[in-house]
Design a protein around this ligand. Sequence first.
Ligand SMILES: [Zn+2]
Length: 238
Amino acid sequence: MEPITPAQDPTDALSSVPASGAGRGLAPTGRLRFFFGPMDCGKSTLALQIDHNQARQGRRGLLLVRHDRSGTPTISSRMGLARNALEVHEDMDLCALVRDRWAGGARVDYLIVDEAQFLSAAQVDQLAELADDAHLEVYCFGLATDFRSALFPGSQRLFELADELNAIQVEVLCWCGRPGRFNARVHDGDVVRAGDTVLVADTAPDTVEVRYQVLCRTHYRTGDLGPHTVSSGQLSLA
Ligand SMILES: [Zn+2]
């Protein structure tokens, strides 16, 4: 009987894999995740739940929000929960922000970013860098598309770069009962599909009513807002 050569030895079959193969080339990295859905689907509630779960494991996070409407930056859910957050400004470098925190002796293990659709593409790149190089877990929450049904620049970059894309499963319904995916801008009772993406409330003339309503694709296309006007309060269930 011929001796078994090393190449035939079944116990040596994985010899081409380095001894430390299990971990080699797989340095721990964080993950960049994007949770998206229409208005009122509970994104901020989920953001706060994830923050709570992480914090309970002794991890330290930084809560960020872009274009907070309240004036005092918070991530607040319609269920009544709220946490203070840091407002991300247009030119803020998020890598520098985290480095500054570390330099000040603070730990940062994860980031929660609400209203992430308003981030610049460069800021989303910075989040990917923080996940890869600083091993941060990054959780972004936001709308996918704007009132023109086009992707927000920040959301587009998140779709391009994120490790995980999660459509939030709480359905927001159009008035007809179908799932609503479109954030329609309603201007004096009409659906508008052109204009500035970000409408700052202060600049809108007081005499003109501008609001948003979630519609299914059919009714977004036809501009049919339903048999009776839905007040904004009725959208607050999620
Ligand atoms: Zn509909």
